[in-house]
Design a protein around this ligand. Structure first.
Ligand SMILES: CC(=O)N[C@H]1[C@@H](OP(=O)(O)O)O[C@H](CO)[C@@H](O)[C@@H]1O
Ligand SMILES: [Mg+2]
Length: 534
């Protein structure tokens, strides 16, 4: 270890005396102006993580997703494109809070020792950033961290978060795809086109994409260049070069939270499908205006049920072979969607804590695990066993069985196996709509009717005092608060409400749903009132 080399770089990135950073659900995320020392240390950490895994490639993504333009963030991606292993979150937190050179060196030594890192092991890292104005400077500081410990790195410039996950996986698993941006588009287009050819579809599908004025806009334009037929994208809110426009009155988070149309779409046409990405293009939601001109949201819950129904219908054609298909949601899933999954689709339903890593993990317990957060972040995971079984199938070409098995195999390539991906999920939804039972936005929407719901935020003195159990649906602390919530909920037919501390903001979230809008609003506001004393 060349200590002087490290401290030389570190002297340019000293941390603040009185600030504590924590690696949370989405890595480190905060005001961009505070991030420089953090990203430098994450650069070092990514290099160490790679060394600890014998030189496997690690990903680093600089993004703050749907947050306002003045924020930024950074997260680490593990070799298979998954979120950083949990035990390393604490290690990252420790390193991020080693503010001066001396503590930085001693923490690095501590990590090397506790993780039994061979300092001479190779270290490979791929880095990318979204379109935020603060990105280039933070990327340079991250690279300083990598250089400080002599890690090899490749800078991919501007990418969506799921593209960086894809690349990280490709570098460690060449069967996953070509490790460059082009390879990402090619894989999507090839699998999408083959599915359509298999089903004899020759017409183009049109879809409007609100790209939240983020990186998704640039990538949709690139995709369209490769995609000469099959899908015609109309891009709105595509100004990724206007920093202040990012996520402003548009994008998936705006649409889901406000349950209304984003700005920036001229001439809304009724009964036509629209979609919105978030700022780093790992979430997508859909919507349309019904005949009465009312806004109808098709969120993550609706995406999960649409994809699961389609996959289930394909599975039913593989006669004789049975595979376990399951859906994973969080407590924020609409109660109607959970009922529909259990009572109509009759599929196993898993519920986990908020945060994609929890859903992803649970989804891996099925042959095919569909997971989506209500906000539109999710994907479908196909197990190795299932893929092997599909590849070994010997159905006769031209038969229904062959078509179903081949479609399933192509879906494995179309749907991003590493993480939720706006672009891949959008294409998968277009496939399911074109080839499945629900053809139009209205038909899709009619599978079940969402219960009215409200999501509120409360600022409290210390959100860490809110401790939950039962996939965050019940509070254990502060003692007594849960029974107060239960008493109120019991007064509302179809009522459900829960309170939990956010993992990404210094706030407590309150969720409520009930049979009517009036009841939902009243329930949400009464539960919020209970929090005033905290
Ligand atoms: C209610 C809600 O939407 N929560 C979001 C939000 O988490 P919180 O822990 O609720 O702040 O950010 C997470 C990271 O982006 C996302 O996974 C999650 O779904
Ligand atoms: Mg995002």
């Amino acid at each position: 270890m060349n200590i002087e080399h490290i401290t030389g770089y570190a002297s340019k990135h000293l941390g603040p005396e009185n600030e504590t950073f924590a690696y949370g659900t989405a890595g480190f995320r905060m005001l961009a102006s505070k991030l420089d020392p953090v990203v430098f240390r994450v650069g070092i950490l990514a290099g160490l993580r790679s060394k600890a895994l014998g030189g496997k490639t690690i990903g680093v993504m600089i993004t703050a997703s749907h947050n306002p333009p003045k924020d930024n963030g950074i997260k680490i991606v593990d070799p298979f494109g998954e979120m950083l292993e949990q035990s390393w979150e604490a290690i990252s937190t420790k390193l991020a809070n080693s503010h001066d050179s001396e503590s930085l060196i001693s923490t690095i030594k501590e990590i090397v020792e506790s993780q039994k890192i061979d300092w001479s092991a190779p270290s490979n890292v791929v880095v990318a950033r979204d379109s935020r104005e603060s990105g280039p400077k933070l990327l340079a500081s991250t690279i300083d961290g990598l250089k400080a410990i002599g890690a090899s790195f490749k800078d991919f410039g501007q990418l969506t978060t799921p593209q960086l996950h894809y690349l990280t996986r490709c570098f460690n698993d060449s069967s996953f795809g070509k490790p460059d941006e082009e390879g990402y588009y090619e894989k999507l287009i090839l699998s999408y086109s083959k599915i359509m050819e298999l089903w004899g579809v020759t017409d183009d599908i049109s879809i409007t994409v609100d790209a939240a004025n983020g990186i998704g806009a640039d990538q949709i334009l690139k995709l369209q260049k490769y995609f000469e037929q099959h899908v015609k994208f109309t891009l709105v809110n595509g100004s990724s070069d206007v920093p202040s426009a990012l996520n402003s009155d548009c994008g998936a988070d705006f649409v889901k939270t406000n349950q209304k149309l984003p700005s920036g779409i001229p001439d809304f046409e009724p009964l036509k499908l629209y979609s919105s990405f978030d700022g780093d293009a790992d979430r997508v939601v859909f919507y349309y205006l019904n005949k009465e001109g009312t806004f109808r949201l098709l969120d993550g819950d609706k995406i999960a049920t649409l994809l699961a129904s389609f996959i289930s219908s394909l599975l039913s054609k593989l006669d004789g072979k049975s595979f376990k298909l399951g859906i994973v949601q969080t407590a924020y899933a609409n109660g109607s969607s959970s009922n529909y999954i259990t009572n109509v689709l009759k599929l196993p339903l898993g519920v986990t804590a908020t945060g994609v890593k929890h859903l992803h993990h649970k989804a891996q317990s099925y042959d095919i695990g569909v997971y989506f957060e209500a906000n539109g972040h999710g994907t479908v995971l196909f197990s190795d066993n299932f893929v092997e079984a599909l590849e070994a199938q010997d159905f006769t070409p031209g038969t229904e069985q062959y078509k179903a098995a081949s479609t399933l195999r192509l879906l494995v390539d179309l749907i991003n196996q590493t993480v939720g991906d706006s672009i891949a999920d959008l294409l998968a939804v277009l496939v399911a709509l074109r080839l499945g039972d629900s053809k139009t936005p209205e038909e899709w929407d009619s599978n079940y009717t969402d219960l009215p719901n409200r999501l509120l935020k409360a600022l409290v003195k210390d959100r860490n005092q809110f401790k939950t159990t039962d996939a965050e649906r019940k509070l254990v602390e502060p003692v007594g608060l849960q029974s107060e919530i239960d008493e109120i909920v019991a007064e509302y037919p179809g009522g459900r409400s829960f309170v939990r501390a956010s993992g990404t903001e210094d706030a407590v979230r309150i969720y409520a749903e009930a049979n009517t809008i009036e009841d939902t609003n009243e329930l949400a506001s009464r539960v919020s009132k209970l929090l005033e004393k905290y």
